[in-house]
Design a protein around this ligand. Structure first.
Ligand code: AMP
Length: 215
């Protein structure tokens, strides 16, 4: 499959993308994951991206397009790809359209994950991540808590809130989504590529997407 996943932070794009990769060998391409790895590795890209990410702001379009132009031409994309967190702005969507035309790649469709705002806020503020780089287990303080002292159940390291999951950064990410990314819904509607799914359970959403793909 060749699809784009659109949705607010916390809408479940990452979870849905992972479940979809198990289905037909398509790769998940998450610009957020690529950037977080670069920050951790301390590369030039990571050093440039970190301050934007910590504030919950978007990284400049030019940096993202350089990453994606290279990534979409890697051999593992030949079986298909699921774009998770990209494009995030109208200029990125316009550049992507040109890039796909140049590479003779056609998208199946664009998935818009529609999740109520209170569900999103709850998911984002209750997430905790193990600070051990080799583990990075993800917890939810309500539904899947770490140990009572806040340590990881797998490796006993501390679990923390991601820098961009403090209340201030979350509010900023949601505002950024509304102003910069939500307009992509109209963009892809005009392109005739948009399919919106009310998404409360990732498993149900994945089943609906597979059905739309004719699988
Ligand atoms: P995510 O994990 O997708 O929520 O991304 C985490 C952070 O990485 C975002 O808050 C942005 O700072 C940055 N980021 C990820 N994808 C993009 C993108 N396509 N354009 C600009 N910034 C991005």
């Amino acid at each position: 499959m060749r699809i784009i996943l659109l949705g607010a932070p916390g809408a479940g794009k990452g979870t849905v993308a992972k479940l979809l990769t198990e289905f037909d060998g398509s790769v998940q391409i998450s610009t957020g994951d690529i950037l977080r790895s670069a920050v951790k590795a301390g590369t030039a890209l990571g050093r440039k991206a970190k301050e934007y990410m910590d504030r919950g702001d978007l990284v400049p379009d030019a940096l993202i397009m350089d990453i994606m132009e290279a990534r979409l031409q890697e051999p593992d994309c030949r079986n298909g790809f699921i774009l998770d967190g990209f494009p995030r702005t109208i200029p990125q969507a316009e550049e992507l359209k040109k890039l796909l035309a140049r590479l003779s790649i056609r998208l199946d469709f664009v998935v818009n994950l529609d999740v109520p705002r209170e569900v999103i806020l709850d998911r984002l503020t209750t997430r905790r991540t193990c600070c051990n780089p080799a583990c990075q287990a993800i917890y939810n303080v309500k539904s899947n808590p770490p140990n009572a002292d806040g340590t990881c159940t797998l490796c006993s390291h501390e679990t923390i809130q991601r820098d961009d999951e403090t209340e201030e950064a979350i509010n900023n990410r949601l505002e950024t989504y509304n102003s910069k990314t939500a307009p992509l819904i109209g963009f892809y509607e005009k392109e005739g590529l948009l399919k919106t799914f009310l998404s409360l359970s990732s498993k149900d959403t994945v089943a609906d997407i597979k059905k739309a793909l004719g699988a």
